[in-house]
Design a protein around this ligand. Structure first.
Ligand code: ADP
Ligand code: MG
Length: 225
């Protein structure tokens, strides 16, 4: 118990630092991306090199963004939000990516009320990360179902189930560790950010998976934050 407490405190200090550094990297990075794009249009040769630079800069950009999401949610940014609306806006955001990958996103909202004390943008980040993983797990397409349920009078759960490649048993303990990725261009930071944010909301994440069949990520959140 005590060790767990110390661990989560450590994580928040590291998280704060990472977010701070990421913030500092963002501005110079934005100008590097901007000038590389500009030079590519002005210089007639070396376009291949510019393209490589832009791909790599984009990769730095995604890492920076994921680290920025680690910033500890401020207590005063917590407000009452409708979880259904949060999920709907994330689904709209990912619609194009889903269609391009032959993936259907199906949502069922089995709740009377989904009002939640939360930090809206951080929860959006969580659902974006989890849904992207679900889409990326289905190279041949398929269905992702998102189910909202009340769990007792105090909690809401959202489960996100894909029909993808699944996760081998021996990798389950590694999920959410920094830089654990099995993808060629993955950052291995998405789930870490999810765990960090859900922890900040006093919620829980559970991941169950069958290799070759699919994965379910269940996020449970207390209504009062
Ligand atoms: P990234 O997506 O950049 O690899 P994440 O932290 O989001 O980083 O995910 C870490 C790893 O967890 C992935 O590389 C993948 O191996 C595994 N994973 C996460 N979600 C799923 C999923 N829905 N299906 C299969 N594997 C998954
Ligand atoms: Mg990911």
């Amino acid at each position: 118990e005590e060790e767990a407490l110390i661990q989560s405190e450590k994580l928040s200090v590291v998280g704060q630092m990472a977010a701070g550094i990421a913030h500092e990297i963002r501005n110079p990075l934005t100008s590097l991306i901007g000038f590389s794009k500009f030079l590519k249009t002005r210089i007639d040769s070396y376009h291949d090199y510019f393209d490589i630079m832009l791909v790599e800069l984009d990769r730095i950009n995604s890492i920076v963004q994921e680290f920025m999401a680690l910033a500890k949610p401020q207590a005063n940014q917590f407000r009452q939000h409708d979880l259904i609306k949060i999920i709907q806006s994330v689904l709209t955001l990912l619609e194009t990516q889903a269609i391009m990958n032959n993936v259907e996103l199906k949502a069922a909202y089995n709740v009377d009320s989904a009002m939640l004390l939360c930090e809206e943008n951080q929860l959006k980040q969580v659902f974006v990360n989890v849904l992207k993983n679900a889409i990326e797990a289905m190279p041949k397409g398929g269905t992702v179902s998102i189910v909202l349920k009340s769990s007792g009078s105090r909690n809401i759960t959202v489960s996100i189930t894909d029909q993808g490649i699944g996760i081998p048993k021996e990798q389950l303990p590694l999920l959410g560790g920094p830089f654990f990725t099995t993808k060629e261009s993955g950052t291995g930071l998405g789930l870490m950010v999810c765990y960090r944010i859900i922890e900040g909301h006093h919620g829980k994440i559970n991941i169950s998976s069958h290799a070759g069949k699919g994965t379910t990520v269940t996020i449970s959140l207390p209504k009062n934050g």
